[in-house]
Design a protein around this ligand. Sequence first.
Ligand code: 8YV
Length: 322
Amino acid sequence: MKPSLLVARAIFPEVLQKLEQVFDVTSNQTDETWSKAQLTNKLQGKVGTLTTGTDRIDAEVLAACPQLKICANMAVGYNNFDIAAMTAAGVLATNTPDVLTETTADFGFTLMMATARRMTESEHYLRAGQWTKWSYDMFAGSDIHGATLGILGMGRIGQGIAKRGAHGFGMNVIYHNRSRLDAASEDACKARYVSKEELLKTADHLVLVLPYSASSHHAIGAAELALMKPTATLVNIARGGIVDDAALAAALRDRRISAAGLDVFEGEPAIHPDLLTVPNVVLTPHIASASVPTRLAMANLAADNLIAFFTHGKALTPLNAA
Ligand code: 8YV
């Protein structure tokens, strides 16, 4: 008998077919949004599940699903998993590192450029029929080349953005991270380690790429925004909740910083209403990893983790030692 698997969200049909060779699969190809109770209900009798960042696996879900052995997240971030509870319950957690690094770094850089050069604001103006003549300061923004790029969270994606900035655009790169990179990695990124305070005070463009946890909740709030240059931009491609969105909307409205680019939001897909009314923000719906090849690679890696675990007893990219 094949092991029973729940694929909690719609995925590429070819990945589903691959899973069906090995598992008795219950899928959600209509992509219904399940409540926690519905997810728990669907997980009954399942030994494995393929989840995305919107599916929360915590102690309550685990207690109601004692047969569950592995949860394979189709995301590199895993703040939807309570890893301690999973380890205690003997449930393996896996994620999808590496395969999305370059695509996500591309997007972070794109969002930074779109923010600095006021792409959204100017397009809205054009579409509204307001463009009647050229003027010397129309949508004049800030430069990327030669500017100081600040990165908070210098993991794989942060380093990818740093390399693009340093090598492609002649940016002066500074970063802050829980732990400092080794000299060779700093050299490859041409990046200089600074305190969080110096990062906030010095960056012309600050990009957030740190994981979400209780300790990174509101890492950027009113006090941090107040340290930034009034000409600076802020980009968040990490997770909602790292930025205090209400404080950011107020800072944008009062021009305490010049602009922001946001791909992630507190409580997404709901957006803080004030962010929808300030003009100097570029908003995208959590799409930093969304290139077709990368999303396919993420789905395949999540599937391969499940297949490897059930066929060889060892997952490819485990997060815990359950
Ligand atoms: C995912 C992400 O698209 O990998 C991550 O951590 O944020 C995105 O790439 C999202 O989490 C859906 O699983």
